[in-house]
Design a protein around this ligand. Structure first.
Ligand code: XMP
Length: 319
């Protein structure tokens, strides 16, 4: 009879065993997985753990503030906040291939972690919130030939040469189990219930070349969409909802004037583990309200479309 309380105890022993008296660095992404991994590891080894929140400039609105306040305020776990946005955004200039984006971001995360490890006098281990579906999907497509669908940055996106060893206590778990473990560890409900957010962040929601301006535009549209979802009481019924900024401009008319701006796509899916997903069937009034707000409030977007693709054949993220 398997319970989360037992899992927690077993993992704590395993982490202590693996790490000994060495130092561990844990990368926080703003998502649930890395937060749960960090809190669990902190419980196991206390101040041998240093958490690093790397802001790659591709976070959602308010994300950095939320993570910093959770860790420094609620848990009192030491947290280094690195603004690496210039490093990431410069490196992404001219990169349009989805796998190249993912690989670059994965490698740059490791560079930043290794730098931070040096600053604290060396860390032998890097902790990540890798889940079971991340492992499977980076390796092969279930039931099919062995093809990489996407290099999830905390698995297949890691560079081959890395000095640190990995600590991945959530590797056997599915998302709902991670949430249960998070509750078991006392993480606030509002944090545990957050929609998943991918490590490469908004980069994989901006098909084509990424830039700071595009990320700023997308962040605003995404925040409006999520605010409307929360106001409508739909947040918890949806696995994941987000906006995508398309590399397509279309003609519009606003007041007496012509506009020529970008298209924003809205995505919302239901799922239990992220491996398969169905589109969320919003009613038309809801979608029109969101579209109107985004077009009125976000400079640079003049058209909004809704993505009707399930997984498979689509994936949840666009890249
Ligand atoms: P896809 O797009 O593969 O996404 O259908 C399945 C789930 O995984 C999330 N995702 C990621 N999570 N690092 C992560 O930690 C990644 O590189 C990554 N890529 C996708 C995605 O948001 C969805 O919940």
């Amino acid at each position: 009879d398997w319970t989360m309380a037992e899992f927690r105890k077993t993992k704590i022993d395993e982490i202590r065993e693996q790490v000994g008296d060495k130092r561990v660095i844990c990368g926080l992404s703003g998502g649930v997985d890395s937060a749960v991994a960090a809190v669990l590891i902190h419980e196991a080894i206390g101040d041998q753990l240093t958490c690093v929140f790397v802001d790659h400039g591709l976070m959602r609105m308010g994300e950095a503030e939320q993570v910093v306040s959770l860790f420094r305020g609620h848990y009192n776990i030491p947290l280094v906040h690195v603004d690496a946005s210039t490093l990431f955004l410069k490196g992404l200039e001219g990169v349009t291939d989805p796998e190249k984006k993912r690989k670059f971001i994965g490698k740059t995360f490791i560079d930043v972690f290794e730098d931070e490890a040096k600053k604290i006098g060396g860390a032998e281990f890097l902790a990540q919130g890798t889940l079971y579906p991340d492992v499977i999907e980076s390796v092969s497509f279930t039931g099919g030939p062995s093809v990489t669908i996407k290099s999830h940055h905390n698995v297949g996106g890691l560079p081959e040469r890395m000095d640190m060893k990995l600590v991945e206590p959530l590797r056997e778990l599915f998302k709902d189990e991670v949430r249960e473990l998070g509750r078991e560890l006392g993480l606030p409900d509002i944090f545990v219930g957050r929609h998943p957010f991918p490590g490469p962040g908004l980069a994989i929601r901006i098909p084509g070349e990424v830039s700071r301006d595009k990320a700023d535009i997308l962040r605003k549209a995404d925040a409006i969409y999520l605010e409307e979802i929360r106001n409508a009481g739909l947040y918890d019924a949806i696995w994941q909802a987000f906006a995508v900024l398309l590399p397509v401009k279309t003609v519009g008319v606003m007041g007496d004037g012509r506009t020529y701006d970008s298209v924003c796509a809205l995505r919302a899916v239901t799922s239990t583990d992220g491996m398969t997903a169905d589109i969320y069937p919003f009613d038309a009034a809801f979608l029109s309200r969101v579209a109107t707000r985004i077009i009125n409030e976000v400079k640079g977007i003049n058209r909004v479309v809704y993505d009707y693709t399930s997984k498979p054949p689509g994936t949840i993220e666009w890249e």
